[in-house]
Design a protein around this ligand. Sequence first.
Ligand SMILES: [Zn+2]
Length: 226
Amino acid sequence: MDLNRRSFLIGGASAAALAAVSVGTGTAASANTKVSPAVALRRLERGNTRSANGRTVQRNYSPLGSTPGKGQEPFAAIVTCSDSRTVPDAMFDMAPGNLFVVRNAGNSIESVGLGSLEFAAAVLGVSLIAVIGHTECGAVIATEDSVKTGELPPPSIDSVVEAIAPAVEALPAGATTNDAIAANARFQAQQIQNSSSTLAEMTAAGTLGIVSGVFGVASGRVTWLP
Ligand SMILES: [Zn+2]
């Protein structure tokens, strides 16, 4: 995919302050191992192709198969839905230690999730944040219903709908559910950029990319959004 055509939301200064938190803890990613946002995206694209084609690499998910005590150096952060079919490590054929994951119903951005992403980028050194919506998303469908009827679901499910509603409300008449799912993924990616000066600085500096996409639960394929 041509990265120049992608709306890489770019930015990092207080990133240095956050990174300082990790000094001496062994958790910061080494500058030598940090990849570019474009390389990180390519890894995700290749992993998804392997996954969708049923050609996954065998992994040892046992704690004994990982490297406990050595810290972590994930290269990408994934924001995705809690839907039981949208498992980031399976979706991208990645091993423990590769992906830092934030999940909730509707893959929306709230304060704890945003703080988690800042930690991932500024301390752990991920190069890419990918917001991945998915087809058949119940949270988006519930939001469409709510926008249509003007009725909110009961607490605390209403918070899920309220986080997605701005994306749905901005759609033109006649938009489909798949349009709403894509619009929500784009909207949440934009929310990350707009809500965090730390991440905005890192994208401006070119050390972090923020992208969005939609996972097809039937196809297993991620379609990246422009
Ligand atoms: Zn969902």
